[in-house]
Design a protein around this ligand. Sequence first.
Ligand code: 8ID
Ligand code: ZN
Length: 347
Amino acid sequence: SIPATQKAVVFESIDCPLTVKCISVPKIKATEILVKIAYTGVCHSDLHAWKGDWPIKAKLPLVGGHEGAGIVVAKGSEVTNFEIGDNAGIKWLNGNCFDCDYCYRGYEACCSQATLSGYTCDGTFQEYAVANAKQAARIPKGTDLASVAPILCAGVTVYRALTICDAVAGQWVAVCGAGGGLGTMAVQYAKALGYKVLAIDGGDSKKDHCLELGADVFVDFTKIEDVSAEVKKITEGGAHAVVNVSVSEKAMCQSVEYVRLCGTVVFVGLPSGAEVRYPLYDQVCRYITLKGTSVANVKETEEALDIFAKGLIKSPIKVVGLDKLADVFELMDEGKILGRYVIDMSL
Ligand code: 8ID
Ligand code: ZN
């Protein structure tokens, strides 16, 4: 049976204390499911939301979180694709209209009706969370819900970024921010897609982490003076593609320098207030393509989960209770996390 109240972390205001509170369990609409969250990842976007880093402000008060894996405990009258007891995943893209030009073309995150978990609607830092059934992720029976949680944002986002980066198997893809939550997934999905991976991040523990996950080489931005020159040297002319998941304006700008002629840079990370400036001459005469992308659509989510289900992607996680969210945010702000922290809602 579904209780009337539950525990949650509520962002009351920007930078507010992060304490576990008791709030009402949300109600669902006809098109929605109610998911009992077993595990939820902590993404850097949750930290940006809490800090108010981005131009479009989050709703307040807000329940953050958008990498929630759990079990369907209630469904609306119009829901046909989930049964009570099924696994389900709640992602950043919580719902959309599925009936506009952007949705038809697979750009579901561009839908004017799009709602975002842990940003424009309440997310997964609560025991029971709501999602539109058609947008919620279908997670196969028997899947380890703690390990799959980071796939729901980090995994699907970088999978999409890597499929639009214009590289083909055997070519160099540079992953900048490779040791963090998205980077950890990007290194592995890039290998699964057959790319040669040049991982960029800082420190020996990140180096070991990335090489263990299959990166071909590691460039340490804290030790190498000229990262762009180093990348061009290793790749003999520059990376064919760059997927940049760092939280650094400087690193974003650098990727335009070390991408190869005719190459593509895919921007994913969203450092506060960042602007990327580069010589127009370079873009024109070096034939460079710059892309931005946000999360993934239903189809891409299915594909990313399928690759995970085949055992091709490891999920290096540390599991803590909801009361440790403030500590996780602190470590994340300092760039100290390898892979992902995942919250066990039962702790
Ligand atoms: O759909 C999207 N576009 C999307 C989805 C999910 C997350 C975008 N994001 C954004 C987040 O909001 C955040 O801005 O991607 C960024 C990375 O999220 P994350 O992977 O969850 O963050 P993290 O675990 O803190 O990892 C960031 C890594 O970047 C490294 C850090 O050392 C860390 O490992 N890094 C930094 I900060 N500066 C660097 C630099 N100069 C760097 N790596 C290389 N060079
Ligand atoms: Zn995220």
